[in-house]
Write a protein that binds this ligand. Sequence first.
Ligand code: HAM
Length: 428
Amino acid sequence: MPEFQTSPGMRDILPPESARWRRFVHVFADVAERAGYGQVISPMLEDLGVFQRLGDATDVVTKEMYDFVDKGGRHVALRPELTASVCRAFVQHRPITPWKVWYTGSQFRYEKPQRGRYRQFDQVGIEVLGADDPYLDVEVIALGWEFYRALGLQQVRLLLNSLGEPDDRARYVAALQAHFEAHLDALSPESRTTLQKNPLRVLDSKRPQDAEVIAAAPRIADFYSPDAAAHFEAVQAGLHALDIPFTIDAKLVRGLDYYRRTTFEYQGLTLDSAQNALGGGGRYDGLVESLGGPATHGVGFALGLDRTLLACDDEGVFAPPVTDVQVFVVDTTGGLEAVRLTAELRAAGFSADRAFENRSMKSQMKAADRSGATFAVIVGTNELEAGTVVVRPLRSDLDPASSAEKQAGGQQAVPRNDLIDHLKKALP
Ligand code: HAM
């Protein structure tokens, strides 16, 4: 075993998987930018306080943060999510509202690693700051939905809930607290601890022991103010108008504390229930204020790249793209010709690779086959003297153009000066 390996919960993403990641972000950027969102790139490291404003009742903040004191004595943390950073950036730069942004990048949470749960994981997401309109919630939710469709995913379920206005939520939390306290003996020890910090999170418990008390708990819908109820109705109407199917889940509280009114989650039906949240989000009116900014509405989501790709694997969609080169140069004259030829080919727009270390013809041809290239361009002493190169098809799925070529196994001697034109015709 090598002396150094990646830390638990952290991974190297190697080719061709890395190309798939890049394409994933590309597809997301396309969906977001077509809807008027611009990319925001913020630092991975922020003042610890930025994330502490996410609330002290969430594990993400209290237990899972990678925080340390830097050499200048600042207490900083690697970001566990990007919504707080986007709000911090909003307060710092005061852009014109509504501010519609998308982002991508790594997040860090000290979690127990398992399939689909890592300590460094990637997200793509969007946030909109400064607009209070239920149809904006609909736009946000629909963009996530559209993105999954663009990847080819079918087995995705949308869960929707509203946590009401802050006052509704506060009254609901008080009622929940009273209910759970009245049934304290029936709750699991873990839920009793959770109750002290945040009664809402008790609803999240999947422990069988808690199921009965949770089922009998008060319902958030009974606490909505008329405004919150109207907002929720409008969100549903908008989703119906777009034919986006959803399920209302009154227990959907999500892991972060900043949500007000709309919350939602996209679940991957092929994934294990502990890690089936492909992404989620909601409204977080109030977060900007808590970071020192003006009262500002906010709504957005983040989608887990790692998990979404696992779901793609399960459904057999969005495979890694083919990144093979088009042409492989084989040079048995010492290698300098390959220096010129690969440069020429790349300048003409082809993807081209070559072998190094002046290997034998046989070994270079093997490398050419392995590269996945469509053609080998071969130059030996005879070709060098004659000012030609040999173009040899490497893939049996390509039918040689002429019968003379067929006889030569599709191989053709081409004047060196005609090589680019020849390949342009052969590789449209
Ligand atoms: P979140 O639910 O904490 O929300 O994370 C969003 C997604 O990130 C999850 O649904 C999951 O796919 C992925 N994820 C979270 N933790 C891990 C992990 N340890 N390993 C792999 N994937 C993970 C947020 O982060 C909010 N900032 C979303 C938001 C944006 N709300 C409003 N705007």
